[in-house]
Design a protein around this ligand. Structure first.
Ligand SMILES: O=C1O[C@H](COP(=O)(O)O)[C@@H](O)[C@H](O)[C@H]1O
Length: 232
């Protein structure tokens, strides 16, 4: 796998550079195909990046669809909703006219019917993504590929596009795009911040079982280059 690591002095500098890189991916997609599709992570890390990207005036946001790489199975109004974060931080100002495609499709749990609804909605974006931005937890999960996930093997191999997953460290039941779906992208980023995650990354880059640190599935793939953005 080709890993391009860029270290920044500050989280603000990282957010600016990552927003510029993704905006360029979106402009390229719009120029080539008339529209662009972006899949982003949730959690706490991307807030500054989202705010920067959403303020970008050089993207025709009316031609952009934004979706998530994974979601906690909670309504968008809940504080832990990844969709809520995207809407609050990114889809404001110039980006407010972008189309947002959620993964949460309602109901108590991501049962077969709910995942079927999500997958039906995702048919709207069957093309190659223009950019995918992944995060990583200190336990070595990325998207919702958690250690001990009950459907981890399927999530890393099946076409999906979406699959339910439950894991001890995940909190709520989750829905995640599968690895094959996420790697069907023109650009792939891993955005991590802080010394603890830098140490997690070092462990993930060393030898070891993929199931122990599922981010290894991204670090070991050879389908497309991975751009790693890190700041302390
Ligand atoms: O639960 C999640 O965690 C990861 C990492 O989140 P962070 O809060 O440590 O930044 C995130 O990438 C994923 O999208 C999210 O659902």
């Amino acid at each position: 796998m080709t890993l391009n690591r860029i270290d920044f002095d500050t989280r603000d500098a990282l957010a600016k550079a990552l927003a510029e890189a993704v905006a360029e991916n979106l402009r390229d997609g719009i120029e080539a195909r008339g529209r662009a599709v972006l899949a982003v992570s949730g959690g706490s890390t991307p807030a500054k990046f989202f705010a920067r990207l959403g303020k970008t005036k050089t993207v025709d946001w009316s031609k952009v669809t934004v979706t998530l790489v994974d979601e906690r199975w909670v309504a968008e109004t809940e504080p832990r909703s990844n969709a809520g974060l995207v809407n609050e931080k990114m889809l404001q100002g110039p980006a407010a006219v972008a189309h947002f495609l959620p993964l949460y499709s309602g109901g108590e749990a991501p049962d077969a019917a709910a995942i079927a609804r999500t997958n039906k909605a995702l048919q709207e974006v069957e093309e190659t993504f223009d950019a995918v931005v992944l995060g990583m937890g200190e336990d070595g999960h990325t998207a919702s590929f958690f250690p001990g996930g009950d459907t981890l093997a399927a999530a890393l191999t099946e076409p999906g596009p979406a699959i339910a997953i439950r894991a001890p460290g995940a909190g709520e039941p989750r829905v995640t795009l599968t690895l094959p779906r996420l790697l069907d992208s023109r650009a792939l980023y891993l955005h991590i911040e802080g010394e603890a995650k830098a140490e997690t990354l070092e462990r993930a880059l060393a030898e070891g079982a993929l199931e122990d640190m599922p981010v290894r599935a991204v670090l070991r793939q050879d389908r497309l280059p991975l751009s790693l953005f890190w700041a302390p």
